[in-house]
Design a protein around this ligand. Structure first.
Ligand code: SIN
Length: 418
């Protein structure tokens, strides 16, 4: 115990900062929380394990789901989310997501994110698994996360929010009453903040992303190691639904021994009409579900795995040759480049694909305001379990969840600080 009554779970800090709120992580959820906290006048510090744009957000391809299209309603988005979640979603949490989502997307656009638009200037919408209609906004064709990350990083820098990069969070600091008092960190190569240090703050927002790197093959970047959940557990926070790790059905197959982050082939490729086929060209998802290739993600991943087992093969194929070169180049430039970098040309040949670990649907349990069970500790984004995903997240609901619940957290911290 130190003289200030703050309990340290790590070596004594060599440097320290004081703030009203410290945000741990720099994806869509973390940076949105930071921007909204700063806008509310709170002294906000962002700490992140690598560089500001190194989290999972930047790798998101398909887009962000919200009921913003003509004829769409939050009620329809709610229905699709509940069905995908296999009966285990928290319905109120989903209602919050789908009703607050459209305005949260508009605020993201005001913050500087540019989405793809059609000839009339309206946002272009695509489909993905489990959605009964076109509902997914995208940017740069298949580079939605990169555009959102760019816009948020620029906004954080423009606002002058202090950031500490290359900062591995060691532990939550708590005061004598068990309330959050900040975080201890180990920072490498960041000049004035090098070595072990601390940011003291009565509110900590965990937005550290997922844990895909726990699996041998994943779509997640190297920073997704589950350290946020581990920190929360050490701090005594409740976690839930950790068993619901979602496997993305279509990840570029690079060989049975391929490890680490593998190239994603977005569900939006199927949303635009690509077919899943076996080596004989048979569309094996037809007849398995009314939405065939666009069934919820768990059903498609299982369908692929079953067919692989039946056929004794290591992958299936995604066939989108009928798109033609122009559509591939304009609509899916990132995926086209990744396939070609690995010697596959989707314009002339089907893409070999297999499921890989993609998303942690569970995490640190939160209430509707993003509060965990530890006073002063909040969680949002993939590290959190708000209850919106149930057993299986609906495609492209993750960026939306990050936005909506980060804004709720900022509002709660600001209200308590006032
Ligand atoms: C994809 O583009 O297929 C991934 C979208 C998501 O994980 O929601």
């Amino acid at each position: 115990m130190s003289a200030t009554g703050i309990r340290l779970h790590a070596p004594a800090p060599g440097w320290s900062l004081d703030a009203d709120v410290v945000v741990v992580g720099s994806g869509v959820a973390g940076l949105t929380a930071a921007l909204r906290c700063a806008a509310a006048g709170l002294r906000t510090v962002v700490v992140t394990k690598a560089r500001l744009d190194d989290g999972s957000t930047r790798w998101a391809q398909g887009g962000i789901a919200a009921a913003i299209g003509e004829g769409d309603t939050p009620a329809q988005h709610l229905d699709d989310t509940l069905v995908a979640g296999a009966g285990l979603c928290d319905e109120e949490a989903v209602r919050t997501l789908v009703t607050e989502g459209p305005d949260a997307v508009r605020r993201l656009i005001e913050t500087g994110a540019h989405f793809d638009t059609g000839p009339g200037g309206a946002i272009e919408l695509t489909r993905e698994g489990g959605h009964h209609r076109r509902r997914i906004a995208h940017a740069g064709g298949d580079a939605t996360g990169a555009e959102i990350s760019r816009a948020l990083v620029e906004a954080v820098r423009a606002r002058g929010i202090p950031t500490v990069e290359n900062a591995l969070v060691l532990d939550l600091l708590t005061d004598a009453d068990g309330r959050t008092a900040g975080v201890s960190l180990h920072v490498m190569g960041e000049g004035q903040h090098d070595g072990v240090g601390a940011v003291h703050a009565p509110a900590v927002v965990l937005a550290t992303g997922g844990m895909g790197q726990v699996f041998s093959a994943t779509t997640n970047p190297s920073v997704s190691t589950g350290d946020g959940v581990a920190l929360a557990l050490r701090a005594g926070a409740e976690v839930s639904d950790l068993e619901f790790v979602q496997f993305h059905p279509t990840v570029l197959f690079l060989g049975a021994d391929a490890e680490g982050q593998q190239p994603l082939v977005s569900e939006a490729v199927r949303g635009e009409g690509a077919h899943l086929v076996d080596a004989d060209g048979v569309r094996f998802m037809v007849g398995q579900h009314e939405l065939a290739e666009l069934a919820p993600r768990d059903i498609v991943a299982k369908g692929i795995t079953r067919r692989m087992q039946e056929r004794g093969t290591e992958h299936m194929y995604l066939d989108a040759r009928h798109f033609g070169a122009t559509m591939w180049e304009n609509r899916f430039p990132t995926i086209l480049a990744a396939c070609r970098a690995h010697g596959i040309d989707p314009v002339t040949e089907p893409i070999p694909v297999a499921p890989a670990a993609h998303y942690a649907s569970g995490g640190v349990r939160t209430d509707p305001h993003g509060r965990t069970t530890v006073p002063g500790l909040y969680a949002c984004g993939e590290v959190a379990c708000t209850g919106v995903h149930g057993a299986n997240r609906l495609a492209s609901n993750s960026l939306l969840e990050g936005l909506v619940y980060a804004e709720r957290i900022a509002a709660d911290i600001a209200a308590r600080h006032a």
